[in-house]
Design a protein around this ligand. Structure first.
Ligand code: TXD
Length: 320
């Protein structure tokens, strides 16, 4: 046999092999999208998860490589880096404490990852999402098209789910977009939500839509309340895998993505969720929708709260 040709298969690094990270690793490998490197600070854990995922390959019928590691050198040459590393908020921990802890983790992860994968596109998942994406953008010095946050795809999927449940229709037939920050101040755009092109305003009364919007805003908290220990991870991993797929397969999907704004929607120097076209170069363009006064006001209120937390994070990181 002649010597094998060296093949370069796309590689996705996932920093943080917790519930979102490990579920994402499974999705990426089983969708046959890329080889996966799972990195965590806990020794042995990502290695064990990688072995478990490898052992499922014969059953799931794919041949993607999955490596678990504690060493950034093993992530070298990744096309995509997803950052899910962070700590959950523990009892007695203030929001500021959480901001400090996760800011340090995300900044360190972003710097280490970019050092080994200078051409990667970064997707941040760690909360508070919009602020962490801003910090990772700052830490890497990447152009804004190559670093983004995942939240809107998840929040939109939740809105779509609640609309589908209410109407008794196939969830895949429902299309909706949620903009703004990831939290209480997110901006679900009911005016643009449809069931196979039919606006939901034709199908549901205002009070019902308001109820579904409220449930969407509370989507993460509803799951935390039920589970008691930790939060959602299946849908967050699915939402992130859609972004990974759109980049690797150059699908140019129009998705709500947390991105650094430079004047779009009248907003500057802030990261917030807006519709973006996502392809192999990262964010290809930002779509500026014609928002109503109340939608625009809600987006600005959302951005102001992110801006406040960005400023707080700068103070925290400056002190250390
Ligand atoms: O829509 C969204 N953006 C979100 C965000 C949806 C769901 C979850 N969201 C946030 O993602 C959540 O609030 C957390 O901030 C992250 C990860 O959530 P997950 O549920 O996966 O948390 P885990 O299971 O606690 O996993 C975090 C892992 C854990 O294994 C830690 O050991 C690891 O992060 N960790 C680190 N890895 C590498 N390097 C460092 N420094 C580090 N510190 C912790």
């Amino acid at each position: 046999m002649s010597s094998p040709i060296a093949c370069h298969l796309p590689r996705v690094t996932i920093v943080g092999a917790g519930r979102v990270g490990s579920t994402l690793a499974q999705r990426v490998a089983e969708k046959n999208l890329a080889d996966v490197v799972l990195l965590d600070i806990v020794e042995g854990m990502p290695q064990g998860l990688a072995l478990d995922l490898l052992e499922a390959r014969a059953i799931e019928l794919h041949n993607r490589q999955i490596v678990g590691t504690n060493n950034y050198a093993d992530t070298a040459g990744s096309e995509i880096v997803v950052i899910t590393a962070g700590l959950p908020r523990k009892p007695g921990m203030s929001r500021d404490d959480l901001l400090r802890t996760n800011a340090q983790i995300v900044v360190e992860a972003a710097k280490n990852a970019i050092a080994h994968s200078p051409n990667a596109i970064f997707i941040v998942v760690t909360n508070p999402l919009d602020v962490m994406t801003y910090l990772a953008w700052q830490a890497t010095g990447l152009p804004r098209n190559r670093i983004m946050g995942m939240a809107g795809v998840l929040d939109s999927a939740r809105f779509e789910t609640f609309i589908a449940l209410e109407l008794g229709v196939l969830p895949a037939d429902v299309k909706a977009m949620v903009l703004g920050s990831h939290g209480d101040l997110m901006v679900p755009l009911s005016r643009y939500a449809t069931v196979n092109g039919v606006p939901i305003t034709e199908l549901l009364d205002e009070a019902t839509i308001d109820r579904l919007v409220e449930r969407t805003r509370n989507g993460g908290a509803e799951i935390v309340e039920l589970m008691q220990t930790g939060g959602a991870f299946f849908a967050p991993a699915s939402a992130t895998s859609v972004m990974v797929e759109s980049i690797l397969l150059n699908q140019s999907r129009l998705l709500p993505i947390a991105t650094y704004l430079q004047g779009e929607y009248g907003l500057e120097d802030v990261v917030i969720g807006v519709p973006c076209r996502l392809g192999c170069g990262g964010i290809e363009s930002i779509l500026e929708l014609n928002l109503s006064d109340s939608e625009s006001k809600a987006l600005h209120t959302s951005a102001q709260s992110v801006r406040k937390n960005i400023e707080r994070s700068q103070e925290i990181l400056a002190v250390k």
